[in-house]
Ligand binder design. Structure first.
Ligand SMILES: [Zn+2]
Length: 337
C-alpha cells in the first residue's frame, strides 16, 4: 500500500560544495535511530547533511516528521501560521495514523534544535500550548482577562453573569468560540447557570443551556480542520534544564495575526463592561467589589490608545460601549471627544 501518495522530493546543489542533492519533503525520521537524532547537529544523516561535504541542511532547512509508540512530531522549517501547520499535520501525519498509536498526540517543534533536545532530555520541562487554540487572531490576554472576570462571577454564585460575559463576546466575535480556554469556560458557565431563564435574555424563557446548545450547533460546523478533532496537537518548546529558560536561539515559529485595532478596542470595552457588571452585582449582594487587576491593565491600555483615535473611531467605540452598558465613555471614564 502506498503510504505517501503525495510524497514530494526536493533536489538542488548543496549549499556547501555544489554537489547535486535530493531529499524527500518532508524528511521522514521514522527509520532514523532516535539516539542518532538526539545527537543533532553532530549526527551525520543524509539528507540532514550532504554526503560529500557534511554541510548540514545542504538544501536549506526542511520540515521533518517523526513518530514513536507514544506520539508523532512535526519539526518546522520556518515561520508558519497555526492553520498552515495543522494542514501539514493533516496531510503528512494523520494519513499514517496507524503508526501513531492510540495516544493520538502530535507534537510540533520549532526546529531540530528543540526536537533533539527533547529526545536527549525526555523529562525536561516544556512550554506547551494547544496549537488548535492558536488558529485565531492573537487574543490571549483578552481571553485570560474575560475568563478571570467570568470565574469571579462563578465564585460569587452569579452564574448567569459569568455566562453572559463570555457568550456576549462569542456572539460578536465567533472566533473566540474556537479558543479552547474560552470554550471550556463558556461551557462551564452555561452548565452552572442551568435551566433557569437568563435575567437579561431577549427572550424571557431562554436559559443559558438553551442558548449555549444553539451556539454550539451553529458554530461547530465551522471549526477549522475537523479531521484533527481526535488528536491532541501540542506546540512544545523545551526549557533548558540548567537555566529553566527557553533554549538559546529558540524562536517562536508559530505566527499569529493581531486583531484589527477597532476589534481589539471593542473587546477591551467588553472587558470593562464585564467588570462593571460584576461589581454592580456584587454590591447588590452586599459583597466587596473592586476592579480586578487584569481588568485595570486593560483599562490602562484603552486609556493610553484613546488620544490617538480619530473622530470616527471614537464615535464607533463609544457607540459600542453605549450598546453594552447604556452609558457613554464620557460618563463612565470622563473621556473627551
Ligand atoms: Zn556538499
Amino acid at each position: 500500500m502506498e503510504i505517501y501518495p503525495t510524497e514530494m522530493r526536493m533536489a538542488g546543489p548543496c549549499t556547501g560544495c555544489g554537489v547535486q542533492v535530493t531529499s524527500p519533503l518532508p524528511i521522514d525520521l521514522e527509520l532514523t535511530d532516535a539516539s542518532d537524532i538526539a545527537k543533532w547537529p553532530e549526527v551525520y544523516v543524509p539528507p540532514f547533511a550532504c554526503e560529500a561535504c557534511s554541510t548540514i541542511w545542504p538544501l536549506g532547512e526542511l520540515p521533518c516528521v517523526y513518530r514513536n509508540d507514544q506520539w508523532a512530531a512535526l519539526i518546522l522549517d520556518g515561520p508558519l501560521s497555526a492553520i498552515e501547520i495543522l494542514t501539514r499535520i493533516g496531510n503528512w501525519i494523520i494519513p499514517t495514523e496507524v503508526r501513531i498509536g492510540a495516544a493520538r498526540i502530535v507534537r510540533v517543534f520549532d526546529s531540530m534544535m528543540e526536537f533533539s533536545y527533547v529526545l536527549r532530555h525526555p523529562e525536561c520541562s516544556l512550554f506547551r500550548e494547544d496549537l488548535k487554540g492558536r488558529v485565531t487572531h492573537h487574543w490571549d490576554e483578552e481571553v485570560t482577562t474575560l475568563v478571570d472576570i467570568a470565574d469571579a462571577a462563578l465564585e460569587n454564585e452569579i452564574e448567569w453573569l459569568s455566562y453572559v460575559i463570555l457568550a456576549g463576546v462569542v456572539q460578536d466575535y465567533p472566533e473566540f468560540f474556537f479558543i479552547p480556554e474560552m470554550r471550556n469556560a463558556l461551557e462551564i458557565a452555561a452548565l452552572a447557570s442551568g435551566t433557569d431563564p437568563l435575567p437579561i435574555s431577549m427572550e424571557t424563557s431562554r436559559s443559558a443551556i438553551d442558548e449555549y446548545q444553539e451556539m454550539v450547533a451553529a458554530l461547530e460546523p465551522h471549526r477549522p480542520l475537523p479531521e484533527l478533532d481526535a488528536y491532541s496537537i501540542w506546540y512544545d518548546a523545551p526549557l533548558d534544564q540548567k537555566t529553566g529558560q527557553p533554549l538559546e536561539g529558540s524562536g517562536g515559529r508559530v505566527i499569529r495575526r493581531s486583531p484589527a485595532a477597532l476589534d481589539l478596542y471593542k473587546v477591551w470595552l467588553r472587558i470593562l463592561a464585564a467588570g462593571a457588571f460584576l461589581r454592580h452585582e456584587l454590591s447588590r449582594k452586599g459583597q466587596p467589589a473592586t476592579m480586578r487587576l487584569k481588568e485595570s491593565l486593560v483599562e490602562q491600555k484603552f486609556l493610553a490608545v484613546w488620544p490617538g483615535l480619530v473622530a470616527y473611531e471614537r464615535a464607533e467605540v463609544d457607540a459600542y460601549f453605549r450598546e453594552l452598558t447604556g452609558t457613554s465613555l464620557r460618563q463612565s471614564h470622563g473621556l473627551d471627544f
